[in-house]
Design a protein around this ligand. Structure first.
Ligand code: PLP
Length: 381
């Protein structure tokens, strides 16, 4: 009988069919061993020598991620930051980078401080401004374009295919932080990007209980092999238990992202025009910057992240956050539970984030409960 092709949802829900071989368990085991025995002739018959980048628990999530992102290969890291910084460490002193002004703040800080110490030169461009990207690249010197879309925490969506063209025109690599869109809604490698990065701490794991990062490449390349060497030498890898937990989370990625996106859209629509709100920022609202790009680039939803700008400034925003009961006041995003964060005070001096902005990570709860919680907090109930 010929096997019909199955959907990505089916393949991933079933962990691509991986099982525990010794006892036929339907879930693969956890392999804590740090080292592997050699044969008498000195060979390693299973191809594994030492756990640093060869732990068997990496194999399944890496393969699933490559399939989700439509890439050739993936690597797990000990955090999203470890994954992102590895890409920058792949550059050489004097190389120039273009990145957006609004992006994950800790990485922006790394580029401006430690990255600068290592000789990396960077130009930060306005989100949503393609002309600024074109003007910023320096032929022969720009080696990396770094994108984050939707950009945290204003959620402006940038055009990956257009950035890819610009990167190609100067022989630079395009890397995309796809943490917020997830491969369910956007697949940057199919739009011309070379590398995709995730903070797997967020949606890929989805349960706020694992710190992890990933990189996926469109094709094997010299640069990818260099990143492999950096990971192996530096050892910023996941433990086997964390990799196993990440795998457990990834099996429900589709359903979590779909539900969070539905909820976020309902909230964005319910709060638009609210008397206490200056502005709702969400890629799925036609009033938001970059909407025509998000409509074209995202499919199946606009993600679970949105921000609201509260009338009355910073203290009013803090007060609203203080009155929320279902939304927990905590940093991070992408879990099944909803979170709220006053972003400017977390990012500190120099942040481009408005002080009246509250970032909402919308979970998979019932949308009407979340809307009631927000309306009560806004109305001072
Ligand atoms: N990229 C984005 C968009 C993030 O939100 C974060 C963390 O919040 C990171 C990267 C860094 O990931 P991690 O916290 O796993 O190091």
């Amino acid at each position: 009988m010929t096997k019909k092709s199955i959907s990505p949802e089916t393949a991933i829900a079933q962990g691509m069919g991986w099982m525990e071989e010794s006892f036929k368990g339907v879930i693969p085991g956890i392999y804590p061993s740090t080292t592997y025995e050699r044969e008498i002739d000195g060979s390693y018959p299973n191809g594994r020598v030492y756990t640093r980048d060869q732990n068997p628990n990496y194999d399944q999530p890496q393969q699933i991620l490559s399939s989700l992102e439509k890439g050739a290969d993936s690597m797990l890291f000990s955090s999203g930051m470890a994954a992102a910084v590895t890409v920058f460490q792949g550059l050489k002193a004097g190389d120039h980078v273009v990145a957006p002004k609004v992006m994950y703040w800790a990485l922006r800080n790394w580029i401006m401080t430690l990255g600068a110490d290592y000789g990396i030169e960077a130009t930060f461009v306005e989100n949503g401004d393609l002309d600024a990207v074109k003007a910023a690249v320096i032929p022969g010197k720009t080696k990396l374009l770094w994108m984050e879309t939707p950009a945290n925490p204003t959620w402006v969506v940038d055009d990956i295919a257009a950035w890819a063209e610009i990167a190609k025109s100067v022989g630079a690599i395009l890397a995309v932080d796809n943490t917020v869109a997830t491969p369910i809604l956007t697949q940057p490698l199919t739009l011309g990007a070379d590398i995709v990065m995730h903070s797997a701490t967020k949606y890929l794991n989805g349960h706020s209980d694992v710190l992890a990062g990933t990189l996926t490449t469109r094709e094997d390349s010299e640069f990818w092999q260099r990143l492999r060497r950096i990971r192996n030498a530096g050892g910023a890898v996941l433990g086997p238990f964390e990799a196993w937990l990440l795998m457990r989370g990834m099996r429900t990625l589709h359903i979590r992202v779909e539900r969070a996106s539905e909820n976020a859209l309902k909230i964005a629509e319910a709060l638009s025009g609210h008397a206490q709100i200056e502005e709702v920022l969400y890629p799925g609202l036609s009033t938001c910057q970059g909407f025509e790009v998000s409509e074209r680039q995202m499919s199946g939803g606009f993600g679970g992240m949105l921000s609201i700008r509260v009338k009355g400034g910073e203290q009013a925003a803090m007060d609203v956050a203080g009155r929320l009961t279902l939304f927990k006041r905590a940093t991070s995003l992408g879990g099944v539970e909803s979170l709220v964060e006053h972003r400017a005070s977390i990012e500190g001096a120099g942040t481009p984030c408005p002080v009246d902005l509250l970032r909402l990570s919308v979970g998979i709860e019932t949308a009407s409960d979340l809307i009631d919680d927000l309306k009560d907090a806004l109305e001072g109930a």
